[in-house]
Design a protein. Structure first.
Length: 379
């Protein structure tokens, strides 16, 4: 079966050369805008392309405010800080995620609490979230949710839209509202994905995007904070520019700030990429249908967008029968120049996170033993 799959992928991409997992495509105004930026001399954190990129991302997602940052990790870090995640608090998140999600929590001095994921969405499980909060937590007189076992405040919930498939946002929000917990959406992989007709990132008070080189839209490096709250957007922009007070020539800073602002040069690249994004998503969804049809005919189980969602299919994903079959598929494909990858090692299995609480992780461990991402560049 996997030899046939290799042939199928090579036929799709029309090459016998190495096929990457997800390569950036530059077929729009990228060179034009970059040259304009260089000619303007505004290549750093001030320039028209930064402002335009923010405005166009806001328009595309339907979220009122966007703040461009150097990468998705800095966007997560700043979002957590802005919503009050402090040292010795706890943040509820999933273990099946890229390490940046967990790292940003620890940058704040907070502890991640790992909740299991849902098999269908690959994202945070509302049932597991509710079970944890019911068993261990309470809302106290101060209005905050507290973990009765650790006596630490639950300062946020951080779901991630895995491989571009939206998590069950409404259910997660209803639970978090019940326990007075702020939601920050890690939408790093889900630009162009929708849940109940709204773009991912619309439910949390803050959400974040990533424009890394392997994403559906790249600015080489880059990230974004999204919010419908103007005051939070202003705070994010201020802190991301080293908290510098505006003045024509004096340097004055009123907080500990961060040098997180996206350079104009990167924004120029991102803006050009955004102009072609709808076509890329159409092509990626077409590719996903080809994979799913082939899988149905050949006994290969591809993840399909959950009900009431529209996925960007950032990475097409196979669920193999077991760990042995996963490893066999990884070997056959990579040995034959078709790049495939397993899911990230779950955060609770990393030694540096061994001291943090983790849920039963039944679905997380099951998925890690079976998930394989396959080539997903739009064609």
């Amino acid at each position: 079966m996997f030899d046939d799959f290799v042939s199928f992928v090579k036929d799709i991409y029309g090459t016998s050369n190495h096929i990457p997992l997800h390569a950036p495509i530059f077929n729009g105004n990228e060179k034009k805008y970059i040259l304009e930026t260089i000619d303007s001399t505004f290549v750093s954190s001030i320039g028209k392309f930064v402002d335009d990129f923010e405005k166009k991302i806001s328009e595309y997602t339907g979220i009122e405010h966007a703040v461009a940052l150097v990468n998705g990790t800095s966007a997560l870090h700043l979002s957590l800080l802005i919503l009050g995640v402090q040292k010795n608090t706890e943040v509820l998140t999933q273990s099946l995620t890229f390490v940046a999600t967990c790292n940003a929590i620890k940058y704040c001095g907070a502890n991640p609490v790992f909740i299991d994921v849902d098999k269908q969405t690959l994202g945070l499980s509302p049932d597991s979230l509710m079970s944890f909060l019911h068993d261990f937590c309470e809302v106290r007189e101060d209005g905050f949710c507290w973990n009765n076992e650790t006596n630490k405040r639950i300062s946020a919930c951080l779901p991630m839209h895995t491989f571009g498939f939206p998590a069950q946002l409404n259910e997660i929000k209803n639970i978090c509202d019940l326990y007075n917990i702020e939601i920050i959406e890690d939408a790093a992989e889900s630009l162009g994905s929708f849940y109940n007709g709204n773009h991912t990132g619309s439910v949390g008070r803050l959400s974040t995007l990533s424009f890394n080189g392997n994403k559906i839209l790249t600015s080489a490096g880059g990230g974004m904070i999204l919010t419908n709250d103007e005051s939070l957007a202003k705070q994010a922009k201020h802190l991301s520019t080293t908290a510098k007070v505006k003045h024509k020539w004096f340097f004055e800073h009123d907080h500990v700030g961060y040098n997180y602002r996206l350079p104009n040069l990167n924004a120029a690249l991102g803006l050009a990429q955004l102009e072609t994004l709808p076509k890329k998503i159409t092509k990626k969804r077409s590719l996903a249908k080809k994979y799913q049809a082939w899988g149905a005919d050949n006994g290969m189980n591809f993840v399909i967008e959950p009900k009431n969602t529209r996925s960007n299919y950032w990475l097409n994903t196979v669920i193999t029968e077991n760990k042995e079959q996963r490893d066999f598929m990884l070997k056959i494909t990579n040995d034959n120049k078709v790049m495939t990858r397993p899911a990230w090692k779950p955060m609770h299995q990393l030694e540096m996170n061994s001291q943090f609480y983790c849920d039963h992780m039944t679905n997380t461990n099951w998925l890690y033993d079976r998930v394989v991402n396959v080539p997903s560049s739009p064609i």
